[in-house]
Design a protein around this ligand. Structure first.
Ligand code: NDP
Length: 373
């Protein structure tokens, strides 16, 4: 047990977590941000979902244009301004996250790259305990939960066998796409993520097969049309992947480590209307079918909706679970000093900017809470 009691601990290193760290650091609360690390089984990663995104074009101000220095922007006019407007580009997801991390650290936020495995809100004096995967315990007066959400996987039995480490199943085109130059790949999903992944991969792969389980799309019109108008993206509608078949790893004969390993050979597709089965030969399968909130450690402690997203009141205060074992907590209107921010509690907007906004709100609420206790 780390004996000192912290003012505030922040769980999560996406836009919500880093923004909360920035604001609480600037308020002189010496925050500790527990950032997570990398878990290939669940696709959780330090920096959160934006680490899997190529260009972020909708984070206000988060843009650049070739050849224009940071301190020249406010002086742009005339042709130079028109030129910048025409050539404007979004920052990469990892680039934006690194900037957020450095900004929070610059103002004094401490960072720890571990996953939290347990939290305890039971103490009579409202000092909460956080335990990390290495068994270190921290005590804190306030906690901001910004653990975000992770990519959902298909759930077919062979998926885990091929997921990560070059096996052929991925949830991140930006990370793994370069392995599929000139190859044929599949992208699963009908939302903006699937369209973005397919479009990104179309610049690397020979052909991209977009597999979606129905004819309607959740994707925004602009992103759907961009994918539909890309010549090497072929749409397969009313199809799901029911199985994945492998072939020996190309390095199996040369490197002992790969001897018994397989890589993706083809996806088995099932037509959702006729149930007919077909084989689609692909080297890679990119799963882009939405997300599940990272709330497992709060089971029976904090109130969640049916999908597992944390519930909150208008001050972003976490609500005690009706399944909570402790009567003391269960009977309170909210858990004292515990706030939630970002995608862990938002399945509606799920944008970097809304998560960052909630991180700011949670930090201000924390400041007010600590000032009153
Ligand atoms: P969505 O929930 O929007 O879409 C998920 C898609 O996956 C749906 O088409 C869904 O099908 C399909 N799906 C879900 N489960 C399965 C399954 N088991 N098997 C097959 N298909 C399945 O998630 P996204 O990640 O695409 O987007 C989330 C949010 O992030 C949205 O608000 C989006 O706008 C935003 N976003 C914005 C981007 C940008 O602006 N650059 C980029 C990426 C995302 P069905 O429709 O039938 O339910």
């Amino acid at each position: 047990m780390n004996d000192s009691i912290r003012n505030v601990i922040i769980l999560g290193s996406g836009p919500a977590g880093y923004t909360a760290a920035l604001y609480t650091a600037r308020a002189n609360l010496q925050p500790l941000l527990i950032a997570g690390n990398l878990d290939t089984k669940t696709s959780r990663i330090k920096g959160g979902q934006l680490m899997y995104t190529s260009d972020i074009e909708n984070f206000p101000g988060g843009v650049w244009a070739p050849g224009i220095e940071a301190d020249a922007w406010e002086h742009l006019s005339g042709d130079a301004e028109a030129d910048a407007t025409a050539n404007l580009r979004g920052l990469s997801g990892p680039g934006l996250m690194k900037r957020m991390e450095l900004q929070a650290r610059h103002f004094g936020a401490e960072m720890l790259e571990e996953f939290v495995t347990e939290v305890n809100f039971d103490s009579e004096d409202n000092i909460h305990t956080v335990t990390t995967e290495n068994g270190t315990q921290f005590r804190t007066r306030a906690l901001i939960i910004a653990t975000g959400a992770a990519a959902r996987l298909l759930g077919v039995s062979a998926e885990e066998q091929f997921f990560g480490q070059g096996g052929g199943v991925s949830t991140c085109a930006t990370c793994d796409g370069h392995n599929y130059r000139g190859a044929e790949v599949a992208v699963v999903g009908g939302g903006d993520s699937a369209m973005e992944e397919a479009h990104y991969l179309s610049r690397l792969a020979k052909k991209v097969h977009l597999i979606h389980r129905r004819e309607g799309f959740r994707a925004s019109q602009i992103m759907l049309e961009r994918a539909q108008n890309t010549p090497n993206i072929e749409f397969h509608l009313n199809k799901v992947i029911s199985d994945i078949k492998g072939k020996p790893h190309p390095q199996a004969e040369n490197i002992a480590f790969f001897k018994d390993k397989e890589v993706v050979d083809h996806a088995v597709l099932r037509d959702t209307q006729t149930n007919s089965i077909s084989a689609l030969p692909v080297d890679g399968i990119f799963v882009a079918i939405g997300h599940v909130p990272n709330t497992q450690i709060f089971q029976k402690l904090l109130e969640m909706d049916e999908a597992g997203y944390l519930m909150r009141d208008e001050h972003l205060r976490a609500l005690p679970s009706t399944l909570c074992d402790t009567g003391r907590l269960r009977d309170l209107p909210h858990v004292p000093g515990v706030f939630v921010a970002g995608d862990v509690s938002d399945h509606v907007y799920r944008q970097a900017i809304t998560a960052a906004g909630m991180g700011c709100q949670a930090a201000i609420e924390t400041e007010r809470y600590l000032a009153g206790h």
